[in-house]
Design a protein around this ligand. Structure first.
Ligand code: GLA
Length: 346
């Protein structure tokens, strides 16, 4: 475990980068945005490469970008029209995604500086990042204290454990927005990657990506990813614009125990990523909005379908859908979610 200076925010706050490694894999985490800036893992020949999109320096992250590696909250994903009612009170959030609120609003958890504490947990090197979101921040009720423990384990897992507590009822939905391309830094799109999702159902959306409320079976639709599926060929069967996956899949995970959600394989490099989570859903997003304008690490222009996101979370707009799993955290209760990314090769 080591810590390096990453720079300063425009208002003078110091930002550090924590480096967690186990001798094979190296993960870097920035205190700005609790952002995972890099994950280096070996391919089937032992060659290391960075498998997440992002920038070489803090300046890149301080600019406008689509949540590369970021922790998203207080409510990840969309809240329809930026409005919800809780305990008889209507709350209004800033809208930052067409008519809706996305990933916490104008200044979400991806744009604040987190406090860090280095730990050597039984499982491996860890860093705990914490942030207290004040009552009313981005329109949300209650002082919410959030803590995230990132650990790199001896068996090549990156474990992320989130907890949160509040002093007023508030919706909470935390996730990480890493963009994975298992081919590494200079790789082409993820069209050749194979994906398997442990999901029998998904939540269909309207054209602003808000769930209609229906929970539909994936069987006999292009959303059936229960067997290894080549992503590019499947994207070509979709009708949405910009073309690609940007859907919440309902995980086969009825009791909230840590369960396999996704398996991703890159036949070229042999790298495998498995994602397990305690969450009921995963937003599978294929970088549909990337269009070459974001220039990332090494100056690479990130094009459409350059990477995939597997955002483990509660369903989008849950706060406005009583039939979806509950996202309201009450005072005296503890929010927790655990997601584990396991890296291997074949
Ligand atoms: C999420 C959303 C996408 C897109 C990205 C960021 O994955 O579901 O629609 O907004 O974030 O660009």
């Amino acid at each position: 475990m080591s810590k390096v200076a990453f720079g300063k925010t425009p208002d003078g706050k110091t930002v550090d980068l924590y480096v967690l490694q186990n001798g094979r894999i190296t993960v870097k985490i920035s205190t700005y945005g609790a952002i995972i800036t890099s994950i280096e893992v070996p391919d089937r020949d032992g060659k290391l490469d960075d498998v997440v999109l992002g920038f070489d320096d803090l300046t890149g992250y301080l600019g406008k970008h689509p949540y590369f590696g970021a922790t998203v909250g207080r409510v990840a994903n969309r809240v329809a029209k930026g409005k919800f009612t809780l305990n008889g009170h209507e709350y209004t959030l800033a809208t930052n995604n067409g008519p809706n609120t996305l990933h916490g609003g104008l200044k979400g958890f991806d744009k604040v500086v987190w406090k860090a504490e280095e730990l050597e947990s039984g499982d491996g090197p860890s860093v705990r990042l914490s942030y207290t979101s004040p009552d009313g921040e981005e329109g949300y009720p209650g002082n919410l204290s959030v803590s995230i423990l990132f650990t790199v384990t001896a068996d090549d897992k990156l474990k992320i454990e989130y907890t949160a507590e509040t002093d007023k009822a508030t919706p909470v939905n935390l996730s990480n927005h890493s963009y994975f391309n298992l081919g590494g830094k200079n790789s082409d799109t993820i069209r050749d990657h194979e994906i398997t999702l442990n999901a029998d159902r998904y939540t269909p959306v309207d054209d602003t990506l808000i769930p209609t409320g229906e929970i539909a079976p994936v069987a006999d639709t292009p959303y059936d990813l229960r067997k290894p599926t080549v992503i590019g060929a499947r994207i070509d069967r979709l009708q949405n614009e910009p073309r690609g996956f940007d859907h919440n899949f309902v995980l086969n995970n009825p009791d909230g125990k840590l369960t396999l959600a996704a398996h991703v394989y890159d036949p070229k490099s042999g790298r495998v990523l498995e994602v397990s989570t305690t969450e009921p859903g995963v937003q599978f997003y294929t970088g549909n909005f990337l269009d070459g304008t974001d220039k990332g690490k090494g100056g690479v222009a990130y094009k459409q379908h350059q990477a995939i996101c597997l955002e483990t979370q509660h369903f989008p707009d849950s706060i406005n859908h009583p039939s979806f799993p509950n996202t309201v955290l009450e005072p005296g209760k503890k929010y927790s979610q655990t997601t584990v990314y396991t890296f291997s090769t074949r």
